[in-house]
Design a protein around this ligand. Structure first.
Ligand code: NAD
Length: 499
């Protein structure tokens, strides 16, 4: 049985707590490894090492730091298949989808090759008589990232690439469900030339998270996960004086206007609703067709597409559209919510509850489920299901459709399918949601833009990656400088103005 410890000071080390969690293959239910769960003392040891390492790393010029990212990108390409198959084995997503997980992280590493440009400050010559004013961005010191199970490559890279390129050292606390890929990423950063102690991976659960939140040396924490924990991390982290940004759960609506290409919309819904078994924070989980006729035509197109979805283990290759969900508890929760939808009066037009796969009886599989005629008061509408369940809520007109995502507590992503530019423009302008797609079902911004939700999908300020990422992991210092050229004036007692 493989034992996964931590990655501290440039190498793998065994855990010392005596506590460990099982890591499963979600397709088979087999335990494939044990991951150590760190104590507060182990976290503090890693932080002390990171603090020392950061001094030299911050002094390394930004171009040299960027070269580490450059090498890291080439190593990710070299090990792509190895990373993706490990990711599939511990997460359950298909092999091409696992590669996508690595690639969307790699793109952030590529963006970070431009760190010298992002770190440039501002300069005003002659801000006053003989006075120049300039600002510089400086790293914070030791910073941390706490990440979820659903993107074990991409989300750690969103965090550590930016923070490290900016000159910080980093403590990564990945999900205990799939710790192998984050450990492999740390080894690749080391191989790319990162000095020992700049990137450390501490595996663990609540104890390690609380230790990060309370640690006086850690200056900033970036979190991604469920909303309840996001709020907890935000509250506790800010109470201890840290800069904190937390990204939480989602309920992403897609509006389908009567003029939309309904085949395109149906294909988009099936991919965005069921890809990765619906375990994406940008999954579309609610479809809102506008008008009864649009709804009837859409449902007619959706049913055969959903019924044809192929569910299975990643090892079955192209024969599979999506895999198992992460744990038996997640499966039971999803099935419980589907049952509640039926009890509360929604029409389950495709029922995946009884799905079984021969040879994989212990896997956490849930067949695809499609609801029609759901309403706002139902649990399947209010809660994030995070499973292969698509819910159709019919709206009579555009204003009613728009009010659904507007009034929902989550505000991560949304989309509209229409051929009418005016409607699309109105939607993009008025919607109170962080990421908007126009005829694009999963509008995940690219690395050089920024990612972040509104309302209860995001706590704190600034988005992830892109220019905001650099702002989050740096602080600004502004210098006002005068060289008096030998002219000596008397002491000045009133506040200087530049007028
Ligand atoms: P989770 O909240 O259970 O776990 C996230 C992290 O918090 C993990 O590292 C975990 O170890 C830690 N954690 C869990 N319980 C804790 C506790 N009681 N105290 C302290 N730390 C704790 O989330 P998950 O199930 O791994 O991920 C799925 C969730 O993440 C979904 O809600 C999804 O929408 C969300 N998500 C959001 C985004 C985004 O950018 N908004 C992106 C991906 C996933």
């Amino acid at each position: 049985m493989e034992e996964i410890g931590h990655f501290i000071n440039g190498q793998r080390v065994a855990g010392k707590s005596g506590r460990a969690a099982d890591v499963f293959n979600p397709a088979t239910g087999e335990v494939t490894a044990k991951v150590a769960l760190a104590t507060t003392a182990e976290l503090q040891e890693a932080v002390a090492i990171a603090e020392k390492a950061q001094v030299g790393w911050a002094k390394t010029n930004p171009q040299r730091r960027a070269r580490v990212m450059m090498k890291f990108v080439s190593l990710l390409h070299r090990d792509m298949d190895k990373l993706a198959s490990k990711l599939s084995a511990e997460h359950g997503k298909t092999f091409p989808d696992a590669k996508g997980d690595v690639i969307r992280g790699l793109e952030v590493a590529e963006f970070c090759i431009g760190a010298p440009h992002m770190m440039k400050g501002e300069f005003t010559e002659g801000a006053g008589p003989g006075i120049d004013m300039y600002s510089m961005r400086q790293p914070l010191g030791v910073v941390a990232g706490i990440t979820p199970f659903n993107f074990p490559a991409m989300i750690p890279m969103w965090k550590f690439c930016v923070a490290i390129a900016a000159g910080n050292s980093f403590i990564l606390k990945p999900s205990e469900r799939n710790p192998s890929v984050p450990m492999m990423l740390a080894e690749l950063m080391q191989e790319a030339g990162l000095p020992d102690g700049v990137l450390n991976v501490i595996n663990g659960d609540k104890e390690a998270v609380d230790a990060i939140l309370d640690d006086p040396i850690i200056q900033a924490v970036g979190f991604v996960g469920s909303t309840a924990i996001a709020e907890y991390v935000y509250t506790r982290g800010t109470a201890s004086g840290k800069r904190v940004q937390c990204f939480g759960g989602a309920k992403n609506h897609m509006l389908i206007m009567p003029d939309a290409d309904l085949d395109q919309a149906a294909d988009a819904l099936v991919g965005a609703g069921f890809g990765a078994a619906g375990e994406r924070c940008m999954a579309i989980s609610v479809a809102v067709p506008v008008g009864q006729e649009t709804a009837d035509r859409l449902i007619e197109k959706l049913i055969p597409r959903v019924e044809a979805l192929k569910v299975g283990p990643y090892t079955a290759g192209d024969d599979v559209d999506f895999g198992p969900v992460i744990t038996p508890q997640a499966r039971d929760r999803i099935l419980g919510l589907v049952n509640s939808g039926v009890e509360q009066g929604a029409k389950l037009v495709v029922d995946g509850r009884g799905f079984k796969l021969q040879g994989y009886e212990n896997g956490n599989f849930v067949g695809p489920c499609l609801f029609d005629n759901a309403t706002k008061d139902m649990d399947i509408y209010k809660e994030e299901i995070f499973g292969p369940v698509l819910t159709v809520v019919r709206a009579e007109n555009y204003e009613e459709a728009l009010s659904l995502p507007m009034d929902h507590e989550y505000g991560n992503g949304t989309a509209i399918f229409t051929r009418d530019g005016d409607t699309a423009r109105d939607f993009a302008s008025r919607i109170n949601i962080g990421m908007v797609g126009i005829n694009v079902p999963i509008p995940v911004p690219l690395a050089y833009h920024t990612f972040g939700g509104w309302k209860r999908s995001g706590f704190g300020d600034l988005n992830q990656h892109g220019p905001d990422g650099f702002k989050f992991y740096t602080r600004t210092k502004t210098v006002t400088s005068r060289w008096p050229s030998g002219v000596k004036e008397g002491a000045e007692f009133s506040i200087p103005t530049m007028g």
